[in-house]
Design a protein around this ligand. Structure first.
Ligand code: SAH
Ligand code: SF4
Ligand code: F3S
Length: 459
């Protein structure tokens, strides 16, 4: 029996695609291994959102070269760098055997056949026509051992944010028909999944036969589903209907990731983000009015071409005003074929030290706010869906609170249980506490450790 190891970089779309790769490989008798040294096939599922992501791929490839030398393992590169660089990866890295794009995951068995039988190196990155695209159906067995899972609702992105490589690597937006999504969710419940996160690059422009809000409400009605989440959304599509869904559906978890990118209208125009800061704040206010306990997180780019200190101050002030529960902030990184990369010289590049210094100021602010917001839970209780043993302390368990924060706790509740946890300590990113009682067990017994044993995904 042959074994594969997949190293996954990037976003939830890639995590999901890794699962689909595993299913395609299972059809030709490959099994997963969590140890790369035992692998006959190594796949890197890559991300190209920032330059660093690409560098990480190259350094991982360097490490895996040893496995190839020692046991002749095949090496494949998939994901967004594969789609972007295609043939160039084979030219740059002579020990890579094949390159395949996100649309070509289903062709993996055939690609492997060509690599092993015909002894050729293969590049397969053709887009599938939007109308002809068929979303691969998840096999629920892949999710055995998990109580929470991602479900793809759309692929690609039709926005044209000037800094972003995703439209170039993932192509046009295609939505998955809603009955198909609901069918996948229902099948996931048969192995014990109780929480689903609907994923796509821009989920609230979903058009799969219903609005995105309706899709969320329907998902919440699938028997066995206790929690529904989604990611990620563009502020310009935050509809009244979606806000209303948060008011009426308690299974829709109180967390909204709403990337603002910048607090300066001038920068937002150059980013082609299609909203002003005041429009963003107005939408956020409606959301908070509908669901006062909602946790809001965001993404911010600092040092965007032409960003002045005054622009940055506006971003800083916005963060002070909104008091985000968390933010993913990055220094701007020029990406191939994007408008921002082409115009960087015209708009005025920001020096690296300036970018880094601004990022540090923003991170320090966010740390203070996050700790303040997290500390409010100390002395109270939160409901946690138990996902497994704590990553930092094997004697503890961990799961997530409704607002999506990790909670580590002392207790014995099984994976898939919803438990009430008394919170004793808060840090910027996690809560620590004690199990008070189990509120409900899942209908499926999830064996302890099943998830860890099967996993071959390395972040
Ligand atoms: N579809 C999502 C974003 C996906 S990319 C949205 O529109 O909100 C995730 C985040 O990476 C972005 O929100 C942005 O903050 C960051 N990002 C994207 N391109 C970048 C670049 N060229 N440099 C730095 N950060 C970038
Ligand atoms: Fe990129 Fe913008 Fe699409 Fe998000 S919405 S994936 S930032 S182009
Ligand atoms: Fe990265 Fe591609 Fe996701 S560029 S963030 S893996 S869509």
């Amino acid at each position: 029996m042959k074994r594969y190891f997949i190293h996954t970089f990037g976003c939830q779309m890639n995590v999901n695609d890794t699962n689909r790769m595993g299913e395609a490989l299972a059809s030709v008798a490959y099994r997963p291994t969590p140890v790369v040294d035992n692998a006959d096939l190594i796949i890197l599922n890559t991300c190209s959102i920032r330059e660093k992501a690409e560098d990480k791929m190259l350094s991982a490839l360097g490490r895996y070269r040893q496995v190839k030398l020692q046991r002749g393992a095949l090496i494949g590169v998939g994901g967004c760098v594969a789609q972007q660089e295609k043939q160039k990866i084979l030219e740059k890295v002579p020990y890579v055997d094949f390159v395949f794009g996100p649309d070509n995951i289903g062709q993996l068995p055939e690609i492997l056949g060509r690599v092993t039988n015909d002894r050729v190196r293969v590049v397969e990155t053709a887009w599938v026509d939007s109308e002809a695209y068929v979303f691969p159906q998840a096999d629920p067995q892949t999710s055995r051992g998990r109580c929470t899972e991602f479900v793809t609702v759309m692929k690609g992105c039709d926005n044209v944010c000037a800094f972003c490589v995703v439209p170039h690597t993932r192509g046009r937006e295609v939505s998955r028909a809603f009955p198909e999504v609901l069918d996948e969710v229902a099948r996931l419940t048969t192995v014990g999944v109780r929480e689903v996160t609907l994923v796509g690059q821009n989920v609230n422009s979903y058009r799969g036969g219903s609005s995105f809000a309706q899709l969320l409400l329907r998902t919440a009605q699938v028997p066995g589903i206790e929690r529904v989440r989604f990611t990620t959304s563009h502020p310009h599509d935050l509809s009244d209907e979606l806000v209303e869904a948060f008011r009426v559906e308690p299974k829709l978890m109180p967390h909204f990731h709403l990337p603002v990118q910048s607090g300066s209208d001038e920068v937002l125009v150059r980013m082609k983000r299609d909203y002003t800061v005041s429009e963003y704040l107005e939408r956020l206010a409606r959301l908070r009015a509908a669901r006062p306990d909602i946790a809001v997180t965001t993404d911010i780019i600092v040092g965007y071409p032409g960003e002045t200190e005054a622009d940055f101050q506006k971003t800083y002030a916005l963060c002070e005003q909104v008091r985000y529960d968390g933010q993913f902030s990055f220094v701007y990184s020029p990406r191939p074929k994007t408008v921002a990369a082409l115009k960087e010289d015209e708009w005025g590049p920001v020096a690296h030290e300036v970018k880094v210094e601004r990022l540090e100021r923003l991170n320090a602010l966010q740390k203070r706010i996050s700790v303040e917001l997290m500390s409010r839970h100390v002395g109270g209780t939160v409901e946690v869906l138990v996902e497994g043993r704590s990553k930092t302390n094997q004697a503890r368990r961990f799961g997530r609170a409704p607002h999506n924060r990790v909670v580590n706790f002392d207790g014995d509740a099984p994976v898939g249980a919803l438990v009430t946890v008394q919170v004793d300590v808060a840090s910027q990113s996690a809560l620590l506490g004690r199990q008070v009682r189990i509120t409900s067990l899942g209908s499926v017994v999830i064996p302890e450790g099943a998830m860890e044993a099967e996993s071959c995904v390395v972040a």
